[in-house]
Design a protein around this ligand. Structure first.
Ligand SMILES: [Zn+2]
Length: 148
């Protein structure tokens, strides 16, 4: 059975979720921003004998990506996000400057999330929902076609 644990991190009070089962974990929207928050998540993962195996972003607004560089260095993970959000992910350090929040550049995704492809975890399939209205990856496909 997959369990979910939530953390609230960074000045934006963003929610980071950890899906976990059988010693493995998926980090969703790693918003851990400073050493104390990184240590909190590391310690919790270690105390629960969990190995992060995937790093998934619901979207790439700065509050959701502040911990991507840390997760890459600590666990060797690269973020998975919808392709349309790649410009936002790349712009996160600049977004941080505008908010006065340091954001280390995230590694680029090696794999993009597609709503047609469920996320496999612990022998189960997690359905990916396409939810319009908040970031580029959430625009309806008809809007994307007319905009290009
Ligand atoms: Zn957002």
């Amino acid at each position: 059975m997959i369990a979910v644990t939530a953390f609230t991190f960074n000045p934006f009070q963003e929610n980071t979720y950890v899906l976990h089962a059988n010693g493995q974990a998926i980090l969703i929207d790693p918003g851990c921003w400073n050493t104390a928050e990184e240590r909190e998540l590391e310690t919790w993962l270690s105390d629960n004998a969990l190995t992060p195996v995937r790093l998934v972003l619901t979207h790439a607004h700065i509050d959701h990506v502040l911990g991507c560089a840390w997760a890459n260095k600590k666990y060797g993970l690269t973020p998975e996000v919808h392709r349309a959000d790649l410009p936002l992910l790349k712009a996160a350090p600049r977004q941080g400057e505008l908010y006065g929040v340091h954001c280390e550049a995230s590694p680029e995704p090696l794999h993009f999330i597609d709503p047609k492809d469920p996320i496999e975890f612990d022998g189960q399939q997690l359905k990916v929902l396409f939810v319009p209205g908040h970031s580029p990856d959430t625009l309806p496909s008809s809007v994307k076609r007319t905009a290009s």
